[in-house]
Design a protein around this ligand. Structure first.
Ligand code: FAD
Length: 286
């Protein structure tokens, strides 16, 4: 099912009869054993996800799903949205890849620029920003296209306003849904949705939820992205390091309950391939 069919435009602050639309992000298991992931997916299936997204490592190797993997996961009857980053490929290879994805019968793709590795000379790239990739996918395939959004602005952008200017380009070039980076302060997301709407971007925003497992994980994320973390949350994790998964789970439950109460009902879980934690959150919010 295509993104525009899954997500109607939801207006923050307008409570309708929107039931939560749950989706999951998974990544290729580090040991290459895809069967362990199937077990996690079978557990997550009982929450009727509207889609499952699959990350794409920019540097190749084991951190990418193979086409065989995509087929096997699709055969579990999930609606898939593979991610794709264009930084490490030239136009010909990109075309081959997106056509191959389409030929697998997959309908959606998350079009990303990716983080630019040090060894790449930006001047040699065919596409330097995701809006160019969106335009190319739109021209070459019938794939429905999702793009990334950043509630506090992308780490390279001057400010949120500037970032949203470029987000608008991605939507104008054909994107149908905006999947956000993780955030921990809901007010930041509410303001983001308003800013997106005020910029004339008429596209659903899907909230990215990261169930926290440790303080170290937060430190890593905040070093790579612009993400505010409530002081109380950090203090609790510092005080009870052995209970960090439970603390992270409780935080996510409260965060999701507040989002749903405020009319944000499309929730995309960065599962980190841990169905147990995501299941506990969903059992408490659905
Ligand atoms: P862009 O939209 O191109 O934006 C990158 C920066 O350039 C921003 O600062 C933007 O403001 C600016 N910009 C955009 N267009 C222009 C323009 N035309 N002119 C000037 N400036 C411009 N990474 C992976 O490697 N694999 C994944 O699977 C993956 N999944 C992700 C899933 C989600 C939901 C999110 C939010 C991010 C994901 N990422 C992933 C991370 C992403 O690749 C990085 O954040 C990357 O640095 C930016 O990608 P983008 O598509 O947002 O880039």
């Amino acid at each position: 099912m295509e993104l525009s069919e899954i997500y109607q435009k939801e207006r923050y602050g307008v409570l309708g009869d929107f039931s939560p639309k749950i989706s999951f992000e998974i990544f290729p298991p580090k040991n290459g054993d895809i069967s362990s992931l199937f077990e996690e997916l079978r557990i997550l299936k009982r929450y009727n996800p509207v889609l499952v997204s699959l990350t794409y490592g920019a540097s190749g190797g084991l951190n990418r799903f193979s086409y065989e993997d995509l087929k096997s996961i699709r055969d579990l009857e999930f609606n898939l949205m593979p991610h794709f980053t264009c930084v490490s490929m030239l136009k010909d290879e990109i075309e081959k890849h997106i056509v191959a994805v389409e030929n697998l019968g997959i309908e959606n793709i998350l079009a990303l620029r990716g983080d630019i590795p040090d060894y790449i000379n930006p001047e040699e790239l065919d596409f330097f920003h995701a809006n160019e990739l969106v335009e190319f996918i739109q021209a070459k395939t019938t794939l429905s296209i999702g793009v990334a959004g950043y509630p506090e602005g992308h780490i390279e952008s001057k400010n949120l306003k500037d970032d949203i200017k470029y987000l608008k380009k991605k939507v104008e070039k054909g994107a149908s849904a905006i999947f956000t980076q993780l955030f921990f302060e809901n007010d930041k997301l509410y303001r983001y949705i308003e800013t997106v709407e005020n910029a004339g971007i008429n596209c659903p925003v899907i909230a990215g939820i990261m169930p926290v497992r440790s303080l170290k994980q937060i430190e890593k994320m905040t070093s790579m992205a612009r993400v505010s973390v409530p002081k109380k949350f950090i203090e609790k994790l510092e005080k009870f390091p052995n209970d960090s998964i439970q603390i992270g789970t409780e935080f996510a439950i409260e965060q999701c309950q507040n989002l749903i109460e405020n009319g944000v009902t499309s929730l995309h879980f960065f599962t980190l391939n841990h169905s147990d934690q995501t299941s506990e959150i969903l059992d408490n919010i659905l």
